[in-house]
Design a protein. Structure first.
Length: 131
Protein backbone atom coordinates (compact mmCIF):
# COMPACT_ATOMS: atom_id res chain seq x y z
CA UNK A 1 0.00 0.00 0.00
CA UNK A 2 1.27 3.45 -0.86
CA UNK A 3 0.26 6.40 1.28
CA UNK A 4 0.39 9.98 0.06
CA UNK A 5 0.82 12.58 2.79
CA UNK A 6 -0.57 16.10 2.64
CA UNK A 7 1.68 18.87 3.85
CA UNK A 8 -1.39 21.00 4.68
CA UNK A 9 -1.15 21.86 8.40
CA UNK A 10 -4.92 21.63 8.69
CA UNK A 11 -4.83 17.91 7.96
CA UNK A 12 -2.08 17.41 10.54
CA UNK A 13 -0.02 15.07 8.37
CA UNK A 14 -2.76 12.50 7.86
CA UNK A 15 -2.71 10.35 4.75
CA UNK A 16 -5.03 11.76 2.12
CA UNK A 17 -4.80 8.92 -0.37
CA UNK A 18 -4.07 5.26 -0.05
CA UNK A 19 -3.91 2.73 -2.86
CA UNK A 20 -2.89 -0.84 -3.22
CA UNK A 21 0.21 -1.31 -5.37
CA UNK A 22 1.29 -4.69 -6.66
CA UNK A 23 5.04 -5.13 -6.76
CA UNK A 24 6.24 -5.10 -10.33
CA UNK A 25 8.31 -8.07 -11.25
CA UNK A 26 10.64 -7.94 -14.16
CA UNK A 27 9.98 -10.67 -16.75
CA UNK A 28 13.48 -12.01 -16.13
CA UNK A 29 12.67 -12.45 -12.42
CA UNK A 30 11.55 -16.03 -13.00
CA UNK A 31 14.81 -16.76 -14.80
CA UNK A 32 17.02 -15.58 -11.94
CA UNK A 33 17.42 -18.99 -10.24
CA UNK A 34 18.44 -20.56 -13.56
CA UNK A 35 20.91 -17.73 -14.20
CA UNK A 36 22.37 -18.13 -10.71
CA UNK A 37 22.66 -21.90 -11.16
CA UNK A 38 24.51 -21.46 -14.46
CA UNK A 39 26.82 -18.83 -13.02
CA UNK A 40 27.58 -20.94 -9.95
CA UNK A 41 28.26 -24.02 -12.06
CA UNK A 42 30.53 -22.11 -14.46
CA UNK A 43 32.61 -20.57 -11.67
CA UNK A 44 32.69 -23.83 -9.76
CA UNK A 45 34.06 -25.58 -12.85
CA UNK A 46 36.56 -22.76 -13.39
CA UNK A 47 37.78 -23.25 -9.85
CA UNK A 48 37.90 -27.02 -10.29
CA UNK A 49 39.90 -26.68 -13.49
CA UNK A 50 42.35 -24.42 -11.67
CA UNK A 51 43.17 -27.20 -9.20
CA UNK A 52 46.74 -28.35 -9.90
CA UNK A 53 46.07 -31.99 -9.01
CA UNK A 54 43.18 -32.15 -11.44
CA UNK A 55 44.93 -30.12 -14.14
CA UNK A 56 47.92 -32.45 -14.09
CA UNK A 57 45.64 -35.38 -14.96
CA UNK A 58 44.02 -33.68 -17.96
CA UNK A 59 45.36 -33.52 -21.48
CA UNK A 60 46.05 -30.09 -22.94
CA UNK A 61 43.17 -30.59 -25.38
CA UNK A 62 40.74 -31.39 -22.55
CA UNK A 63 41.90 -28.38 -20.53
CA UNK A 64 41.56 -26.09 -23.54
CA UNK A 65 38.14 -27.49 -24.39
CA UNK A 66 36.73 -27.12 -20.88
CA UNK A 67 38.33 -23.75 -20.14
CA UNK A 68 37.20 -22.39 -23.50
CA UNK A 69 33.61 -23.47 -22.88
CA UNK A 70 33.68 -22.04 -19.34
CA UNK A 71 35.00 -18.70 -20.59
CA UNK A 72 32.43 -18.67 -23.40
CA UNK A 73 29.65 -19.36 -20.88
CA UNK A 74 30.78 -16.63 -18.48
CA UNK A 75 31.04 -14.17 -21.35
CA UNK A 76 27.55 -15.13 -22.53
CA UNK A 77 26.20 -14.62 -19.00
CA UNK A 78 27.69 -11.14 -18.80
CA UNK A 79 26.14 -10.07 -22.10
CA UNK A 80 22.75 -11.83 -21.69
CA UNK A 81 21.51 -10.80 -18.26
CA UNK A 82 17.93 -10.55 -19.49
CA UNK A 83 17.74 -14.02 -21.04
CA UNK A 84 14.85 -16.39 -20.47
CA UNK A 85 14.99 -19.30 -18.04
CA UNK A 86 15.13 -21.80 -20.91
CA UNK A 87 18.17 -20.06 -22.40
CA UNK A 88 20.09 -20.30 -19.12
CA UNK A 89 19.16 -23.95 -18.77
CA UNK A 90 20.25 -24.68 -22.35
CA UNK A 91 23.60 -22.96 -21.75
CA UNK A 92 24.13 -25.01 -18.60
CA UNK A 93 23.44 -28.22 -20.51
CA UNK A 94 25.94 -27.13 -23.18
CA UNK A 95 28.60 -26.55 -20.54
CA UNK A 96 27.82 -29.82 -18.78
CA UNK A 97 28.04 -31.67 -22.11
CA UNK A 98 31.67 -30.56 -22.41
CA UNK A 99 32.70 -30.83 -18.75
CA UNK A 100 30.95 -34.00 -17.59
CA UNK A 101 32.53 -36.51 -19.97
CA UNK A 102 36.02 -35.23 -19.21
CA UNK A 103 35.54 -35.43 -15.44
CA UNK A 104 33.88 -38.82 -15.75
CA UNK A 105 36.84 -40.14 -17.77
CA UNK A 106 39.20 -39.04 -15.01
CA UNK A 107 37.26 -41.00 -12.41
CA UNK A 108 36.83 -44.03 -14.64
CA UNK A 109 33.11 -43.35 -15.08
CA UNK A 110 32.45 -43.77 -11.34
CA UNK A 111 30.01 -41.66 -9.40
CA UNK A 112 27.31 -41.42 -12.07
CA UNK A 113 26.72 -38.53 -14.40
CA UNK A 114 26.95 -34.91 -13.44
CA UNK A 115 24.07 -33.88 -15.68
CA UNK A 116 21.31 -35.11 -13.40
CA UNK A 117 20.70 -34.79 -9.70
CA UNK A 118 22.64 -32.57 -7.35
CA UNK A 119 25.60 -31.37 -9.39
CA UNK A 120 27.55 -29.99 -6.45
CA UNK A 121 27.56 -33.22 -4.46
CA UNK A 122 28.36 -35.25 -7.58
CA UNK A 123 31.25 -32.93 -8.36
CA UNK A 124 32.62 -33.37 -4.86
CA UNK A 125 32.28 -37.13 -5.18
CA UNK A 126 33.93 -37.20 -8.59
CA UNK A 127 36.75 -34.87 -7.58
CA UNK A 128 37.38 -36.87 -4.41
CA UNK A 129 37.79 -39.97 -6.57
CA UNK A 130 40.62 -38.23 -8.37
CA UNK A 131 42.77 -37.88 -5.27
Amino acid sequence: MVLTWDANPGLQGRPVHARQVQPRRHPAHAARPAADALENYAYQMKSTMGDEKLASKLSDDDKASVNGKIDETISWLESNQMAEKEEYEAKQKELEAVVSPILQNLSGGAGGGMVSGNRESELVIECSLLY
